[in-house]
Design a protein. Structure first.
Length: 387
């Protein structure tokens, strides 16, 4: 029996072998790529709060930076000047405000606890006041419902005050114990802000180039994110902060206790539709009136109506311009929910998540829904008999 020479493997097996090698390479590449991205996220997670804060500050201050850049014409110097301006006008005052807020919040807890213990029957206290007849009737009605359902409102309020006191004590102790960590975060914030201001457009273009979408879709998403983030940050956040600051100043001027804490609360409530910061300054004016400080109550009411109430109508169109208006109730609930889910950093994450959702919803409505509505019409027009 003669020896048969070995024949080369079929071309089909070679093709499959090459195809398998290509699939193996792709699987290995993306597995390693996503693993490295995951490791990078883990490395940056301790600094996520200052990084997100730097992004938000850069978005808000970028118009000012462009003006400075046009005057200076040196990127490094312009970014340095803008960063220092933000540090002395935003970061330092905000740090002082947080310190005053924690100190004032710690002082208000025992006062509120003692007041609640001495006025457990709040309905009786309100009835004893010389209230107008409609308010007195409303108080009597509400008191009847409380007694009927056996609601211990004072006990609930006391438990809330105790929990708030514990949280404030824990937060204050944590900030003192982690002073150098907080200082490191501030340094990271300012350092990152400098590079975002200097290299922001290049960073955005580099990230956009990696997105696996059509160029028109990427530009739509980028434009939508820019429009919504600008409207959210420069509109809602800036105007709410201005209303909270004016509320706190008014409360301090007219002698209302704990103006820093109440002004901070007014900042969050300013995004609530229709009522906003009036949920703070209006009860404060009533408090002054009940305590026979009529002139101060009238002054605070005028302050709230003319300055706090109208600044939203004046400042919001100026800082937003033609940018998109946002459902501020969703923003308010999103910030509170973000804090519940992610902690304090959720107040920074949730606005950006909401902005991304609206941007993608806008793209979906314009590209996919519009296309699905036009395609059947085009097919019908092609199938009609020509006359």
């Amino acid at each position: 029996m003669s020896d048969v020479p070995n024949s080369p493997p079929p071309a089909r097996s070679q093709a499959f072998s090459g195809f398998d090698r290509e699939r193996l390479f792709i699987a290995f590449f993306f597995a390693a790529y996503f693993f490295l991205i995951y490791q990078l996220v883990l490395i940056l997670t301790p600094f996520m709060a200052p990084l997100i804060a730097a992004v938000m500050l850069a978005l808000v201050a970028y118009p000012v930076h462009r003006i400075i850049h046009r005057v200076v014409r040196r990127p490094n110097l312009a970014a340095t000047m803008t960063t220092l301006l933000i540090m002395f006008t935003v970061v330092v005052p905000l740090s002082i405000l947080i310190w005053l807020l924690l100190r004032e919040a710690a002082a208000v807890v025992p006062v509120a606890r003692d007041w609640l213990l001495s006025h457990r029957d709040l309905g009786a206290v309100l009835v004893a006041l010389d209230l107008p007849d409609p308010l007195a009737a409303l108080v009597e009605t509400l008191r009847g419902y409380v007694e009927r359902f056996e609601l211990d409102l004072a006990g609930i309020a006391l438990d809330t005050v105790r929990q708030a006191g514990n949280e404030i004590t824990r937060l204050g102790a944590s900030l003192v114990a982690q002073f150098f960590v907080v200082l490191l975060h501030l340094i990271v914030l300012m350092f990152t802000l400098f590079f975002f201001l200097r290299d922001g457009p290049h960073l955005v273009r580099g990230v956009v180039e990696l997105v696996p979408m059509e160029e028109t879709g990427k530009q739509r998403v980028l434009a939508g994110l820019d429009r919504i983030l600008v409207a959210m940050l420069r509109g809602t956040v800036v105007t709410a902060s201005a209303q909270g600051a004016l509320t706190g100043i008014g409360l301090a001027l007219f002698g209302v206790p704990f103006p820093v804490l109440l002004g901070f609360a007014a900042t969050f409530l300013a995004v609530v539709p229709f009522v906003g910061a009036s949920l703070i300054w209006l009860p404060a004016a009533v408090y002054l009136f009940v305590n026979e400080q009529t002139l101060a109550a009238v002054g605070l009411g005028i302050w709230g109506l003319l300055l706090v109430g109208l600044i939203d109508n004046v400042l919001r169109p100026v800082v937003i311009g033609d940018h998109a208006q946002l459902p501020i109730l969703l923003l308010f609930l999103g910030v509170l929910g973000g804090i519940q889910v992610y902690g304090l950093i959720g107040a920074l994450i949730s606005p950006m998540v909401i902005a991304c959702v609206f941007a993608f919803a806008h793209i979906y409505r314009e590209q996919y829904l519009a296309r699905s509505r036009t395609v059947p019409g085009e097919g019908d027009s092609e199938g009609e008999d020509t006359p």
